[in-house]
Each structure stands twice: as structure tokens, then as C-alpha cells.
Design a protein around this ligand. Structure first.
Ligand SMILES: Nc1ncnc2c1ncn2[C@@H]1O[C@H](COP(=O)(O)OP(=O)(O)OP(=O)(O)O)[C@@H](O)[C@H]1O
Ligand SMILES: O=C(O)[C@H](O)COP(=O)(O)O
Length: 398
């Protein structure tokens, strides 16, 4: 069934629950360190508030027990700054206080309810009908006339606030959700040839993206970087050294070496591996040809080298669509940011370019790169879409 959007919602004076994903990095004292995800939802919220909706915002922050598990008060303050409509904060999620806060809203006013994950059922995954019976959905749904899901970045989670409400109230996709689904769902219609650049540290996810792109002929070329490249180099029989081998084993990625080997055997001509890498020696960046590996025992492969950047840039220069996921090296350390900066810069020049992944988007912001056509708000959700998986919360909207 087609998903209903805000175009189908007559929002005036109605209480609309809006699930957003404003899960953000925090400073040590618990303040917002980056507001990109809040800014992403401004259009959806402003549109509803401009239509005189009474908006109750639902969101999570962090994971129970984690450092970034926090209240949403500073998120509410920041949204109040970003929106030209009043945004208040309520330190309850579905109790009488929360329901009163919603009942007291006038059209054009919003309240941010407390972190949904303060409540234990929200950190579990359910089929939608069962999610609709959880306390959060059961208690809150009667206070809402409609539900909007704009939380694309969390849409792969089958948690109550994401899949339960559509069982109880009319449900719609917000503008972020709509755009992400339109762009990432139509990857096979973007300009060709397509080049996927897969890097970062989540090797199983990246190998899956590469596999899907090659098998389904979505990408003509796949360029590997980051820890993913170290795994592919190992699969190609290169000795990546004691440190990087230990890293791969510590993360439990041994099986990925075999999967990478299978991909190389089948698609070797379309899979590009680094020809040089960077290590740290006496506190400095030193580049080594992959022919000269292994490095010294205490040296890890922390970035791709400049010849690799040049070779990858040549491929990207001929590319219709570049899909980027994962940084090429430890870009947080300036010495090992060159690979990421150089390859991302080259990718931004493609006819059309798409970026997925939280760290990838952070790297782009840090380098001040522009020129990308779509920077996804999603990490895991974007990856799943790029591997052709359905997202639970999107299915629930259908
Ligand atoms: N060669 C390397 N050795 C060790 N770590 C690396 C290397 N290359 C990249 N990384 C690390 O990979 C991390 C990012 O990888 P990740 O797969 O999480 O990216 P992402 O998909 O953009 O982010 P997310 O999954 O959080 O949305 C960075 O912290 C970076 O330092
Ligand atoms: O940051 C994310 O990828 C989303 O907010 C989902 O968070 P989670 O991985 O903690 O469910």
C-alpha cells in the first residue's frame, strides 16, 4: 500500500504525535554536541505547526546504560530556537502528565515528551500488533488524533514508538522519511555508471552493501577503504601486519575475510583495493605501498595512501552516481584524514552523490564539503536500504 504523507493529513487543531530521530552526540556534561539531526526535522515540524497542529514529539536518545542515555530537555530548547513556533518540554512520556501536556497545547504549539527509552518496553522489538499493546502506545494513542513517523534513522527498529502507533491511529510519513525513502529506494534509477565507496569500521554491514551492489549490478565499481579495505587486502593474501590483523580478530571479523575472498573471486575486476596505506611512525604519517607490507609489528593501517586516493578519484571522475558509506581512515586524527577528505572530495564531483552513515556525514561536516545531492540522516537504516532490506517502521506505515 502506498504510504500516506503530510499531503494527506488535515492537521489543524489535531493532536499529532511525531516520532523523530534526534539521537545526537552529547558533550561530557550532557549538552547537545551536534544538532544536525534536529535541523533535519525542522521542515516536517514547521509544516505541521504552520497548519495549526498540536504536536507531541516522541524521540529516543542513547541506549540504556550508555553514556549518551539522557533527558531531552536540551533537545527541546534547541528545537525551540530552530523553530518559529513555541516548543516546550515535558519530563514524562505517556503518563497523565504527558497526556495533560498534549491536551493543553494550542494549535501551532509543540511539546517534546521525555526519552522514549526511559521506558523498558521501548528498548524491545515487537511485531506491530503487539507493539500496539505496550504501555507507551496503549496509554498515549488515545491522546493522539494522528501519528507521523519522520524517524528514518531509527526505522530499522521494530520498537513500540516506531511500529505500534500505526495500528491505533491514522499514520503518515514525515518529510524526512518521505525523502529518504524516495532517494534510497530509487538507487537503481540514478545516473550510471555507479560507484560505491565502502569503508568505515562496521565490516559485516559494508561487505553486505558491496555484495548487494555487485550481485544486483547496482554498482559497476566498488572502491574499498577503511577497515573494510584491510579485510579485503587480507582476503587478497596481503599481510596487513600484526596490529591490523589483531583489530580484525578482536572485532570478530575473521569470517568477513572469507566473504571478501568470495567477492574478489567473483567480481575482482570491479572491486578496487588500495595500492598504498598510511601508518603512524614516530608520531608521523608514513605511506607504504601495499607491495611493501607487512608494516612493523606496532604499526596499524590507519588510512589509505595518496596513490590510492588518486586511483579512486580517476574512477569517481567517470562516475554517474557515487554512493559513500564509511570513512576511508581514522579521520578523527588529522594525520589520517587525507584519504577520507580526498576520496569524499572526488565523490562530491560525481553527477549525483549519496552519503549514508553517521560518521560519514560527520566527516563531511568536519571537512566542510558540499556538493552532495543527498546526505542521509540514517546510519544502520540507510545501510539496510542499500542492501535491499525492508525497514520495520516503513512496513508499519504501509
Ligand atoms: N583503518 C582504520 N582503522 C581503524 N579504524 C578505522 C579505520 N578506518 C576508519 N576507521 C574508523 O571507522 C569509524 C567509522 O566507521 P562506521 O562504519 O561506524 O561509519 P558510518 O557507517 O559512517 O557510521 P555509523 O554506522 O555510526 O552511522 C571511524 O570512527 C573511523 O575512525
Ligand atoms: O543513531 C541511530 O542510528 C538511530 O538513532 C538508532 O539508534 P540505535 O542504534 O541505538 O537503535
Amino acid at each position: 500500500m502506498p504510504i500516506r504523507t503530510l499531503d494527506d493529513l488535515a492537521a489543524a487543531d489535531r493532536a499529532v504525535g511525531v516520532r523523530v530521530d534526534i539521537n545526537s552526540p552529547l558533550t561530557d556534561d550532557g549538552r547537545l554536541a551536534d544538532d544536525a539531526r534536529l535541523r533535519a526535522h525542522v521542515d516536517t515540524l514547521a509544516e505541521l505547526l504552520g497548519d495549526d497542529a498540536r504536536v507531541a514529539v516522541l524521540a529516543h536518545q542513547g541506549r540504556p546504560g550508555g553514556d549518551e542515555f539522557a533527558r531531552l530537555e536540551s533537545h527541546a530548547e534547541r528545537l525551540d530556537d530552530l523553530l518559529e513556533f513555541p516548543v516546550s518540554y515535558c519530563d514524562a512520556t505517556f503518563s497523565q502528565d504527558a497526556r495533560d501536556a498534549i491536551a493543553e497545547l494550542d494549535g501551532g504549539e509543540a511539546v517534546i515528551l521525555e526519552n522514549t527509552r526511559f521506558y523498558s518496553e521501548e528498548y524491545m522489538e515487537f511485531e506491530p500488533p503487539r507493539a500496539a499493546e505496550t504501555f507507551l502506545v496503549d496509554r498515549l494513542a488515545p491522546a493522539l488524533d494522528a501519528y507521523v513517523n519522520d524517524a528514518f534513522a531509527a526505522a530499522h527498529r521494530s520498537q513500540p514508538s516506531l511500529v505500534g502507533f500505526p495500528e491505533r491511529v491514522p499514520a503518515y510519513a514525515g518529510r524526512v522519511m518521505e525523502e529518504e525513502l524516495a532517494v534510497l529506494g530509487a538507487i537503481d534509477e540514478t545516473p550510471t555508471p555507479r560507484t560505491y565507496v565502502v569503508g568505515g569500521a562496521k565490516v559485516p554491514d559494508s561487505v553486505m552493501v558491496a555484495e548487494h551492489a555487485l550481485e544486483h549490478d547496482l554498482a559497476e565499481d566498488v572502491l574499498v577503504t577503511g577497515v573494510v579495505a584491510n579485510v579485503f587486502l587480507a582476503a587478497a593474501g596481503v599481510d596487513v601486519g600484526r596490529e591490523s590483523t589483531a583489530f580484525i580478530h578482536d572485532r570478530g571479523y575473521e569470517n568477513e575475510i572469507a566473504r571478501a575472498g568470495d567477492l574478489l573471486a567473483e567480481y575482482g575486476d570491479r572491486l578496487h583495493l588500495p595500492v598504498d596505506v598510511a601508518v603512524e611512525r614516530d608520531g608521523e604519517r608514513v605511506e607504504l605501498s601495499t607491495d611493501d607490507l607487512p608494516p612493523a609489528d606496532d604499526e596499524a593501517l590507519l588510512d589509505v595512501g595518496s596513490e590510492t586516493v588518486a586511483a579512486y578519484a580517476d574512477v569517481l571522475a567517470e562516475t554517474g552516481t557515487a554512493v559513500l558509506n564509511g570513512p576511508a581512515g581514522v579521520f578523527e586524527d588529522d594525520k589520517f584524514a587525507d584519504g577520507t577528505r580526498g576520496i569524499f572530495e572526488a565523490a562530491s564531483g560525481a553527477v549525483y552523490s549519496i552519503v549514508g552513515g553517521g560518521d560519514t556525514a560527520a566527516a563531511i561536516r568536519e571537512f566542510g564539503l558540499s556538493g552532495f545531492d543527498h546526505v542521509s540522516t540514517g546510519g544502520g537504516a540507510a545501510l539496510r536500504m542499500l542492501t535491499g532490506e525492508e525497514l520495520a517502521a516503513v512496513e508499519a506505515l504501509r
